[in-house]
Ligand binder design. Sequence first.
Ligand SMILES: [Zn+2]
Length: 145
Amino acid sequence: MSTPVVFAAPESLDAITSGRVRPELHAAVERCDWVAVDLGATRFMDMTGLGLLVGTLRRARAHDCRLTVICDRELILRMFRLTGMDRVLDVRPSLPACTRCERPVLGTPVTSPGDQAGRLYCTKECRDTDAEAAQEQWYPSGVAT
Ligand SMILES: [Zn+2]
């Protein structure tokens, strides 16, 4: 479970668009074990949009799906704070990408000890493969797993 299914939310999450994306979003959290709702393109959200996220979170929990919300827009973040949603939703400003495979890294990224370049990997396998490719000298035995 290292890669979420990313669901790109529309530019506006209002009564009309929320109703439109709800079935798809709900189906995604029922089917997948990890869904990230990307609000990167979303400029406007009203209470219907917020309700969509709450309903999706409830459904995700019922289906053992992890729900992450990607948002760095202050207007929407403020809405989350004002409604207390920032405490129940897993909101992140962005998805860090794996240095090797470029898949989004959520949870705790895998890093190498003493890495000055700030490289992040989604899995140990990615890190090990990349280190081999770069022929770097570091010591896997010293890495906490
Ligand atoms: Zn990777």
